[in-house]
Design a protein around this ligand. Structure first.
Ligand code: C2O
Ligand code: CU
Ligand code: CU
Length: 506
C-alpha cells in the first residue's frame, strides 16, 4: 500500500495552488483522544476532531456543543479551502469530505492515510451546491471504529440560490447528527465486542479483532448497532424551541442503523433537500428513511404549537428484516434495527419567532435522464463470508476496466441487491465519492416498510438499495481525474471490503 508521507502531500497541495491562488479559508484540524460526559457517572473516552481557523472568517467553524463531534464547518460555494489535518489518534487515519466533489488528493482515499503524529494538507475549491455534507475518517478497515469513537462532523455549504430563499437560519436551524452507541458499565464505548474507547482512559479496542467469535462476526456482518440514541453527541437530548418554522438538518452518522423518521405530533416531514442540496420543490412525507451516510433537510412548522408542547423526533417501527439480516446469530443489541425510537424532544416555549413563507420553487435543477448513457450492472452479493461489489472486494489501488470512466462522462450504474442462497439479505446504502447523482428507477424487492420514506427526487451521493431491489442511478463523473471510491456506507461492510475504486480518466 502506498502510504503518503506528510511531505509528499504538502507538495501535492502546492501543485494545486501553483497557479498563484492562495486559499480563502485555512483550517487546522486535529483528531485526538478526549473525554466527554455522555451518561451520569464516569466520562466516556472518545476520539474527536478539533479545529481552528487560521485564515478567513472565524465563523467558518462553529464550536461543537461540548460533546465529541467535530466543529461544524460552514463553507461557501466558490471558496478555496486549505485544511491542515494532524493525526493524533494513535493509528493511521485520513479525513474524507463526504459529498464534496474535489481533486483526488483532497478526497481522503485510504491509500493517503498518515500515521500518528503526521499531517496531511488538503487544498480544494468548493464547487458543490448549497447542502448538508459531512466529514469523517476513511482509513481502510478502521473507518467504522474511528467514526464510532467520535470522529465526524457536519460540513454545510451555502450558495446564492439558497440565500435567496431566506430559509430559517441561526437559531432557526437545528443540526441533528443521529448516532447510536453501546456503553459498558464504566460508560466506555463498546464496539464489535471490544471496549472501543479512545482517549485517556487507555482502553482503545482494536475493533473486536480476535474477540467474540461467531456471534460477534455475524453482528459485524449485520453492521454494528447500538442501544443508546444520540443526537449531535447528546444522549436523547431535549431542546427548547420557539414558536416558528425550523430548518432541521438531519445526518444519519450511525455505523449501521437505519431510521424511519417522523414527528410524534403528526407534523409532516416537509423535505426541502437531500444529500446534495435543495430539491426543486418541497415534498411532504409522513416519514423519511435515512440510511447510514444520508442526509435530509426538512422544515418543521411550530408556529401554531402551544406553549409547553413537546414534539419528539422518532424513528418508527419497521420489521428488522426490512433493513436485512444475515441469518444465524442475529443481533445482540437489545434495541435492534427497526425498534421504535425517540431520538430527541423539542419543547416549545411561548416565544414567537420570525415568520417564514415557503417559496414555491426551491431550486432550479438541471437534471436530464440520458437514454444513451452506457449501463453497468453492479450486483451486491454475499459470498465467502464477505459482502461484495460486482463480485469483488476492496483492493487499495486496484480498479477494473468497467470501473474506469472518462472525465465528465455520464453513465447509468445499476445496483442489483441479489437474494443469496444462504438467505442473507441486507439493505445496502451505496455511496460514491465525488459527484452527486440521480435515481433513474427503483424496482423489484418485496413489501418493505422503509420504502415509504425513501425520497428519490433529488441529488444524492448515497442510495439505499433494499433487499431484492434493483436501483438504477445516473452519474455524471467529475472532470477531476484520479482514483475515487464507491462503497456500502454500513461502515462494517465498508471495512470488510464492500468497497471498490473507480478511476476517472486513463
Ligand atoms: Cu462517508 Cu467513503 O464515505
Ligand atoms: Cu464520501
Ligand atoms: Cu452493505
Amino acid at each position: 500500500m502506498a502510504r503518503a508521507s506528510g511531505l509528499d502531500l504538502v507538495s501535492g497541495a502546492e501543485a494545486q495552488t501553483a497557479a498563484g491562488t492562495s486559499p480563502d479559508v485555512e483550517l487546522a484540524f486535529t483528531a485526538a483522544p478526549g473525554e466527554v460526559s455522555l451518561l451520569p457517572g464516569a466520562p466516556t473516552g472518545v476520539l474527536r476532531f478539533s479545529g481552528t481557523v487560521t485564515r478567513g472568517s472565524a465563523s467558518t467553524l462553529e464550536a461543537p456543543n461540548g460533546s465529541y463531534l467535530g466543529p461544524v464547518v460552514r463553507l461557501r460555494q466558490g471558496q478555496r479551502v486549505r485544511v491542515r489535518f494532524r493525526n493524533r489518534t494513535g493509528e493511521p487515519s485520513i479525513v474524507h469530505w463526504h459529498g464534496l466533489d474535489v481533486h483526488e488528493l483532497a478526497d481522503g482515499h485510504p491509500r493517503l492515510v498518515v500515521n500518528h503524529g503526521a499531517e496531511y494538507v488538503y487544498d480544494f475549491e468548493v464547487t458543490n451546491r448549497a447542502g448538508t455534507y459531512w466529514y469523517h475518517p476513511h482509513p481502510h478497515m478502521r473507518t467504522g471504529a474511528q467514526v464510532y469513537q467520535g470522529l465526524a462532523g457536519l460540513l454545510l455549504v451555502s450558495d446564492r440560490e439558497e440565500d435567496a430563499l431566506g430559509l430559517p437560519a441561526g437559531a432557526g436551524e437545528l443540526l441533528c447528527v443521529l448516532q447510536d452507541r453501546r456503553f459498558d458499565a464504566d460508560n466506555q464505548l463498546v464496539y464489535a465486542g471490544a471496549a472501543a474507547s479512545g482517549g485517556t482512559r487507555g482502553r482503545r479496542g482494536r475493533g473486536g479483532a480476535g474477540r467474540g467469535g461467531m456471534a460477534q462476526m455475524m453482528e459485524t456482518m449485520n453492521g454494528w448497532i447500538g442501544d443508546r440514541m444520540l443526537v449531535s453527541g447528546r444522549v436523547q437530548p431535549t431542546r427548547d424551541v420557539e414558536r416558528r418554522t425550523y430548518r432541521v438538518r438531519l445526518l444519519n452518522g450511525s455505523n449501521a442503523r437505519f431510521y424511519k423518521l417522523a414527528w410524534s405530533d403528526g407534523s409532516p416531514m416537509v423535505v426541502i433537500g437531500g444529500d446534495g442540496g435543495l430539491l426543486e420543490r418541497a415534498r411532504t412525507q409522513r416519514a423519511v428513511t435515512l440510511a447510514p451516510g444520508q442526509r435530509a433537510d426538512v422544515l418543521l412548522d411550530l408556529s401554531a404549537h402551544a406553549r409547553g408542547a413537546e414534539v419528539r423526533l422518532q424513528s418508527l417501527a419497521f420489521p428488522s428484516a426490512d433493513a436485512g439480516r444475515v441469518g444465524m446469530g442475529g443481533e445482540s443489541s437489545p434495541v435492534p434495527q427497526g425498534a421504535p425510537l425517540t431520538l430527541m424532544t423539542l419543547r416549545v416555549s411561548g416565544t414567537q419567532g420570525p415568520r417564514f413563507r415557503m417559496p414555491d420553487r426551491l431550486s432550479a435543477h438541471e437534471f436530464r435522464a440520458e437514454a444513451s448513457a452506457p449501463v453497468r450492472r453492479v450486483p451486491l452479493t454475499f459470498t465467502q463470508m464477505n459482502w461484495h461489489l460486482d463480485g469483488r472486494v476492496f483492493d487499495m489501488t486496484g480498479v477494473a476496466d468497467e470501473e474506469t470512466v472518462a472525465p465528465g462522462s455520464t453513465h447509468a450504474w445499476e445496483f442489483v441487491n441479489q437474494a443469496n442462497p444462504m438467505g442473507m439479505e441486507m439493505a445496502h446504502p451505496i455511496h460514491l465519492h465525488g459527484p452527486q447523482f440521480r435515481v433513474l428507477s427503483r424496482s423489484g424487492g418485496s413489501a418493505n416498510a422503509l420504502r415509504e420514506g425513501i425520497n428519490d427526487a433529488g441529488w444524492i451521493d448515497t442510495v439505499v438499495v433494499l433487499p431484492g431491489e434493483t436501483v438504477r442511478v445516473q452519474i455524471t463523473f467529475s472532470r477531476h481525474p484520479g482514483l475515487y471510491l464507491y462503497h456500502c456506507h454500513i461502515l462494517e461492510h465498508e471495512d470488510m471490503g464492500m468497497m471498490r475504486n473507480f478511476r476517472i480518466g486513463r
